[in-house]
Design a protein around this ligand. Structure first.
Ligand code: HEM
Length: 466
């Protein structure tokens, strides 16, 4: 019975902080452990020590590190239920009635994901966007270094979302959206998309925390979320329409590297293409902005790592191993989302306990990633840990592979990962090559939400060195 109640709730990151403090929380992911347990001896979920009396969410909610390895072929991820509710009950016309990956489940999710996987995840195909993205990185660096520090202190986040939107727009739709222009007023469509993405996250968080009267009556916050979902769709529909017009006018006979994601997907499935493009313009904004700012902050506060990175970039080494290690390390310390979620689609027997079908489980990856037992000097920014030999005490492989998962896990992991990494690496490489990044001020504050959030002021300084 308990399981049904759990299914109707979203796991709250704010609450997770309490959960994380519990010594009883361990990562049960070893296949050996799984195999050794059986349904005969298993204790029920309610007997898992320390998990039955969580504050705010009450005794009916139980959390366990997720049993990734025993995942269903169509893993279920809870969340964004208010949006699902709206699209299924109130307005089937949003995104032409086609849901995106974030909220699809089961076989429908699988069908959609199978169609879009190659275009978004194949490294060879994603790399083709590098030259165009490099152009955006250069424009962004020029912009960042001419804006005043007074302005950036309060608006660095806005500038980073302009960069991430412009980049994802280019990859997704094949054209520049104009987010980096000096003349971007509040009613510019790109600005509207940035605002919608932020508002959708904030409103979803509000609706899915604590009591949920919106399930029974339409509350003001629910209505506001719905209006925002509509606006996001209306605005992105215009950009998508323009992209399609351009494609039709110039024809399809162009080299593969010049084709945007939407163009590739239109050849497979029109509705999926439109829905994916729409979702990219939502999921690809704040995620990349946060991760980029986070990496710049770590470099600004770790001059030795920054020098080493600059050396790598100036050497012309295109593998960029150190840069990638820096990004991994920044995401280990401050991931965009603090935990990964799954909804069990079947019964699991783990470490002597029975986790029934139909409960939400959480892997508190941010917390785990900062434990000494997994990473020596866990709160230090040490990109080298991702590069040293197996025999070195810092070697990352001494941590369980499920501990640090900034892009999630398995077949349901982030579809935008490769694109995001490319965007971030190109911007950071372009900036570090010619500028010294400094952070002048107290440590950057990060607040836990559905997605982690940074607090102003942003004390970056960029000094030209080349
Ligand atoms: C640094 C940037 C990013 C981070 C850290 C990030 C992180 C994540 C995480 C943790 C998940 C959940 C995975 C899971 O449940 O196992 C996810 C899912 C997703 N991400 Fe990202 N993301 C980023 C950028 C992007 C971008 C640029 C896009 C646009 C294409 C995107 C689109 C999505 C979508 C559509 C899903 C749902 C996938 C599915 O359920 O099949 N993300 N992301």
């Amino acid at each position: 019975m308990k399981a049904n109640v759990v299914t109707s709730r979203y796991v709250l990151p704010a609450v997770l902080q309490n959960v994380y403090q519990r010594p009883s929380l361990r990562l049960y992911t070893s296949p050996a452990t799984q195999a050794s347990s059986s349904s005969v001896q298993a204790k029920p979920l309610s007997e898992i020590p320390g998990l039955s009396s969580l504050p705010i969410i009450g005794p009916l909610h139980h959390f366990l590190p997720v049993v990734y390895r025993a995942e269903d072929p169509n893993p279920l991820r809870p969340g964004f239920e208010s949006m699902v509710n709206y699209k299924t009950k109130d307005n089937m016309t949003v995104a032409d009635g086609v849901f995106g990956l974030t909220i699809l489940q089961g076989a429908q999710w699988r069908q959609f994901r199978t169609k879009v996987n190659p275009a978004l995840l194949k490294p060879k195909l994603v790399k083709l966007y590098a030259p165009a993205l490099e152009g955006i990185a250069k424009d962004m660096v020029e912009r960042l270094t001419k804006l005043s520090y007074d302005y950036l202190e309060n608006n660095f986040d806005v500038e980073m979302t302009k960069f991430s939107l412009e980049s994802i727009g280019l990859v997704g739709l094949g054209s520049r959206l104009g987010a980096l222009g000096d003349d971007m007023t509040d009613d510019h469509p790109a600005r509207k998309l940035m605002k919608c993405a932020k508002d959708i996250l904030q409103l979803s968080f509000k609706l899915e925390v604590g009591l949920s009267p919106w399930r029974y009556i339409s509350t003001p916050t629910y209505r506001k979320l719905m209006r925002t979902v509509d606006t996001q769709w209306e605005v992105s529909k215009v950009f998508i329409g323009e992209a399609r017009k351009q494609i039709t006018e110039r024809g399809h006979d162009i080299p593969e590297e010049e084709k945007s994601i939407i163009e590739k997907l239109l050849a497979i499935d029109e509705k999926v293409a439109i829905s994916m493009a729409n979702e990219m313009l939502l999921a690809g904004i704040d995620t990349v902005a946060f991760a980029t700012t986070n990496l710049l902050y770590r470099l600004g506060t770790n001059p030795k790592a920054q020098d080493k990175l600059r050396e790598e970039i100036l050497s012309g080494d295109n593998n960029r191993r150190y840069l990638r290690a820096c990004l991994k390390e920044a995401l280990r310390l401050n991931p965009v989302v603090s935990a990964n979620l799954r909804h069990t689609a079947k019964d699991h027997y783990v470490a002597g306990y029975h986790i029934p079908k139909g409960v939400d489980v959480v892997a508190p990856n941010e917390y785990l990633s900062k434990l000494e037992k997994y990473y020596p000097q866990p709160t230090e920014f040490i990109p080298e840990r991702w590069l040293v030999e197996k025999t070195h005490p810092l070697y990352y492989g001494n941590a369980h592979p499920m501990v640090t998962l900034p892009f999630g896990f398995g077949v349901r992991s982030c579809i935008g990962r490769r694109i995001a990494e490319l965007e971030i690496e190109l911007l950071v490489a372009t900036l570090v090559k010619d500028y010294l990044i400094r952070w002048e001020g107290p440590p950057l504050k990060i607040v836990t939400r559905i997605m982690n959030k940074m607090e102003k002021p942003y004390n970056f300084r960029f000094d030209r060195i080349n």
